[in-house]
Design a binder for this molecule. Structure first.
Ligand code: FAD
Length: 543
């Protein structure tokens, strides 16, 4: 059996190696358009700054090493230009020559391509391949630019901005909407803005790029009518599935033109499989069609395609978009649905925002992380999470990603038996804490309101009670709030009108929860501000 694979990086190389491990006698041919196979796309931004020093470190395998260990034939600089499904052949263009190659099974893993503007310049770059990286690196080494504009605040734009700043290049990041990182909600993404700015990034929102112009050896970007010049521009405004081959072959396409596959990664032609950034999968939580361009799903799908070609019954269960990014000292991570996606899916959800230390506070070096956990109101099932913080974020998002995969509820989260010693966690891990808080809300022990409700609540007749210390209150508080520190609340209950609802806040939501329990026990109707004043304040500042 001869399997031909188009694209030899994440999905394609994984499929090839798995197929070899399953079938010693299979004929396996990878056709790769670029000059490299099985390279580390995810490491490319770090090579540009010099954090990864050698280009060789980005190439995990070479055609020679794949041949030596796996008996896989790899032809680089070989672009597949056509699929003939009737004859079961592909047309390949290599060094100006064209030939056809037959297949029994074909795997398409052509990835995605960067969205590009309708403007060409040697000072305008996109980043997708090793060649793109080499171009950028060469340009930086040769011209030693002082200023850059990055267009797009997604993962690649932000990682590049960090790496350009690491190289000492003054960098402006222009983002179209009101927040960076589309998998995050505005409130969570806003938690990162100050840190980025403190590290030198000139972060600008609501930037609609209208025009490029080259002048005086610089590129001028005009956005919202304002022109800014920089030595070069990185355009990182997203990717689209690279599916012109599949379209030409008449394979069924879905959202964003991605290739439709079944759970065995089979396209509408049973002899053609497709994996990775080029395919439409279903979202694990909503089961709705989705396009999720990440390395984890691409690798898993490559393995599944190989399994099925060999005859094993492997199925892809869907992706949930688990992702993580380091931004200087901070880490941001997300999994499952954010609020926009939950609304789109018509899920009746609620959310909690917790602020927990990464490890025991009495052990040196503890830092807090903000965790936003979304849950289905009726069942308590966890449907999404976002975390920002400094340490321990990656571990908690993976626990929450696993919880979502296992269809766990908040009660399950509360009970998770997680490893603890003071340098690593607390006896009540941040994930347990999220479970406790959701349980408190679902059982009616406490009510909560969210920062976005404050404005409308303030128009109604209620008491805003801040239970932080006098000093904290003096440093900033909600409009109309009165201050009774938690430890003196029991003695001052007569200062609060029992006939009006009481909206309580502290800094993070913990002291105000205790206050709410005290107030409820004394007959008050009380609601706790989710995420506390700290969370509210960051949102307000970034509105
Ligand atoms: P790719 O790995 O992109 O491979 C596709 C290959 O197919 C390409 O080499 C291309 O040259 C080749 N090809 C295309 N068309 C043809 C053709 N007609 N003939 C022959 N060859 C063809 N994901 C994460 O999860 N975490 C990260 O931190 C992360 N960081 C990233 C950083 C950067 C800079 C980039 C660019 C991507 C990053 N990603 C990350 C995304 C991740 O790399 C992709 O999701 C993953 O590589 C997709 O695998 P794939 O096999 O579908 O496509």
């Amino acid at each position: 059996m001869k399997t031909v694979i188009v694209g030899g990086v994440a999905g394609g190389a994984t499929a090839a190696a798995r197929l070899r491990r399953l079938d010693e006698h299979a004929e396996i041919l990878i056709l790769e358009r670029s000059a490299y196979v099985s390279y580390a796309n995810c490491g490319l931004p770090y090579y540009i700054s010099g954090v990864i020093e050698k280009e060789e470190e980005l190439t995990i395998q070479t055609p020679e090493s794949l041949k030596r260990r796996f008996q896989i034939e790899v032809r680089v600089r070989s672009e597949v230009t056509k699929i003939d499904r009737a004859k079961k052949t592909v047309t390949v263009k290599q060094d100006g020559k064209t030939y056809t190659e037959s297949y029994d099974k074909l795997i398409l893993s052509p990835g995605a391509k960067a969205v590009t503007p309708a403007f060409e310049s040697d000072k305008l770059f996109t980043l997708r391949t090793v060649e793109d990286t080499a171009n950028i690196k060469r340009y930086l080494d040769k011209t030693n630019p002082k200023t850059a504009i990055v267009i797009g605040g997604g993962f690649i734009g932000l990682e590049m901005a960090e790496n350009l700043l690491t190289r000492g290049i003054k960098t402006i990041l222009m983002q179209r909407g009101n927040h960076i990182l589309p998998p995050f909600d505005f409130d969570m993404a806003s938690q990162l803005n100050q840190h980025l700015r403190q590290n030198g990034l000139d972060l600008r929102f609501q930037q609609n790029v209208e025009q490029f112009e080259e002048k005086n050896n610089q590129l001028i970007v005009t956005a919202n009518g304002v022109s800014i010049a920089a030595d070069f521009v990185l355009f990182a405004a997203g990717v689209v599935p690279e599916t012109h081959l599949a379209a030409q072959a008449g394979l069924q396409l879905g959202i964003k033109g991605a290739i439709v596959v079944n759970d065995r990664m089979q396209t509408s032609d049973p002899d053609i499989y497709a994996v990775g950034d080029a395919v439409q999968i279903h979202h694990f939580v909503t089961q709705a069609p989705a396009h999720i361009a990440l390395a984890g799903p691409a690798n898993k799908q490559g393995r599944i395609a190989a399994d099925n070609i060999y005859g094993l019954d492997s199925r892809f269960q869907g992706a949930q978009g688990s992702s993580v990014i380091r931004l200087f000292d901070m880490t941001a991570a997300a999994t499952g649905l954010n609020e926009t996606a939950a609304k789109q899916a018509n899920i009746e959800y609620d959310k909690v925002v917790t602020y927990s230390p990464d490890h025991a506070t009495y052990y040196p070096g503890a830092s807090n992380m903000t965790i936003k956990t979304l849950f289905e109101q009726k069942s308590g099932r966890i449907i999404g999470a976002q975390i920002t913080g400094f340490s321990g974020v990656d571990k908690r998002i993976d626990v929450l990603a696993t919880a979502i995969r296992a269809k766990m509820t908040a009660a399950d989260l509360a009970e998770l038996d997680l490893a603890y010693a003071p340098p690593y966690s607390s006896a009540k891990d941040p994930v347990n804490m999220a479970g406790f808080v959701i349980e408190n809300i679902r059982s009616g022990l406490v009510r909560q309101h969210h920062p976005e409700q404050i404005k409308s609540l303030q128009k109604q007749d209620g008491t805003f009670l801040d239970v932080r210390t006098n000093a904290e209150f003096a440093a900033g508080h909600l409009p109309r709030a009165i201050n009774i520190p938690l430890d003196s609340l029991r003695q001052n209950l007569n200062r609060i009108d029992k006939n009006k609802p009481v909206y309580v806040n502290c800094q993070s939501g913990l002291r105000s929860y205790i206050a709410c329990r005290i107030l409820s026990a004394h007959g008050f109707t009380c609601s706790n501000l989710s995420g506390g004043y700290r969370f509210y304040q960051v949102i307000e500042e970034n509105q």
